[in-house]
Design a protein around this ligand. Structure first.
Ligand code: HEM
Length: 410
């Protein structure tokens, strides 16, 4: 049915790439409108040029599985609605298609294989206990700083076998890599500044890499990359890009799930009460937290061919943006999608980890860290109050919580 002209104009002006939607947390009605009235939405004018938005669960899934038609390649623009700056592209395997992607992904996968996760369990638990036991009582502190950042930073340092005394650099480089340079409170303010910080990161890692390449293989990410045929000869920008991918992948997303999870539990006290009484629900709580928060807002592909999707024609070269944040709230797929419900029948049915050949390689490690965190929170019967509004990240890519002031009230 033809849409009235005024409605078409109103729809055409919707630009969900605006980071304010996520900083102000005002995205829900906008995506609800798109899902019901214009599920495959074309935005002609945006700061990032024209792009398609895929907003429904099943359509996102279809794009994810069709990597022949929808490319992740850095040469075509990569995986974010914002193109990488020409000559400054940071290539890595999330920005590659097969066969290059396949070989490089295979190199790092063993670090998060089930057998290694078993080995990591007691270390993660010990650290989680230490962090929780050191928290003040009846006094406001920042959950992001004291818990989410601290735990994910230590995990990352372990995966890289990174010099412990310098490990705060990992959090800094992660923040640099995802910063929106247009935001006044960003950690870097220009692409040049970002590039030079990441070059410094590359120099630091190059020393570790060279030392490990000269030594016998060890079970850490740097040694794995340095000894694999697929990655030992990475060119400078691919080297930096690969390190940045692993830092951001393992850090930001899990960090924000820890913060988003606590917020959701405090804002939905009946769900917190439910899991207190039924600890077997903790794995469901973890999955629901990852769905409900959706730490990665979108992934972008570029059409390799002219292709049809949801009754629309996408032209070769078009940018196609999959909004996980919207697919995860699609009522046609997930009942009561806007609610935080920890005893869903299919809690792992969500898009937060993507799907297909690029599906998150670290998903089980992320879930493990979160499971242990909530197990230990419940073990101590900690009860929280949020004492001030959270500060959210100005980004259209990462759904970040920069600070979350809380108090333990028992
Ligand atoms: C809750 C936590 C996490 C979330 C929500 C998340 C989300 C994602 C998403 C959306 C993708 C892209 C999927 C796609 O394009 O289909 C991805 C890829 C990836 N993630 Fe995660 N991630 C998380 C934790 C981790 C952790 C802990 C690690 C590493 C230890 C990690 C490493 C990676 C890597 C290396 C890729 C690229 C995979 C590829 O291109 O084949 N992630 N993640």
């Amino acid at each position: 049915m033809a849409q009235p002209e005024a409605l078409q104009r109103a729809l055409a002006s919707i630009d969900v790439s605006d980071p304010r939607l996520y900083q102000e947390d005002s995205w829900r009605p906008v995506f609800a409108k798109l899902r019901s009235e214009d599920p495959l939405h074309y935005c002609e004018v945006s700061p990032f040029g024209p792009y398609w938005s895929v907003t429904r669960y099943d359509d996102i899934f279809a794009v994810e599985l069709d990597h022949e038609n929808y490319s992740s390649s850095s040469e075509l623009g990569g995986i974010q609605v914002a193109d990488q700056r020409k000559g400054r592209e940071l290539a890595n395997f999330i920005r590659m298609d097969p066969p290059g992607h396949t070989a490089q992904r295979r190199t790092v996968a063993p670090i998060v294989a089930p057998s290694n996760l078993v080995n990591l369990e007691s270390l993660i638990r010990r650290r989680t206990c230490d962090v929780l036991d050191a928290l003040p009582r009846n006094e406001t502190f920042d959950w992001v700083d004291r818990v989410s950042t601290e735990l994910t930073n230590m995990m990352l340092a372990t995966l890289f076998d990174f010099p412990w005394q310098d490990r705060q650099m990992l959090t800094w480089w992660s923040d640099v890599a995802i910063a929106n340079v247009a935001s006044p409170d960003a950690v870097v303010h220009s692409e040049d500044e970002r590039f030079s910080e990441l070059t410094r990161m590359g120099d630091y890692f190059r020393k570790l890499w060279d030392a490990r390449a000269d030594a016998a293989p060890t079970f850490d990410l740097i040694s794995m990359l340095a000894h694999s045929d697929a990655t030992r000869n990475l060119q400078a920008r691919e080297f930096i890009g690969t390190i940045a991918l692993l830092i951001v992948g393992g850090n930001d997303t899990t960090r924000n799930s820890m913060s988003g999870g606590l917020m959701a539990l405090v804002e939905n006290p009946e769900q917190f009460e439910l899991v207190r009484g039924r600890r077997e629900l903790i794995p469901n709580l973890v999955a629901e937290t990852i769905r409900y928060h959706t730490p990665v807002l979108h992934m972008r592909r570029t059409a390799r061919n002219d292709v049809e999707l949801a009754g629309r024609s996408i032209a070769r070269g078009d940018k196609v943006v999959m909004w996980y944040i919207s697919g995860n709230r699609d009522e046609d797929k997930i009942e009561r999608a806007d609610e935080f419900v920890i005893d869903r029948a299919k809690p792992r049915q969500h898009l937060s980890f993507g799907a297909g050949i690029h599906r998150c390689v670290g998903d089980r490690l992320a879930e493990q860290q979160l499971r242990i965190l909530w197990e230990e929170v419940l073990q101590r019967d900690l009860r929280f109050e949020i004492t001030d509004a959270p500060r959210r990240l100005y980004s259209n890519f990462i759904r970040g919580i920069r600070s979350l002031p809380v108090r333990i009230v028992n």
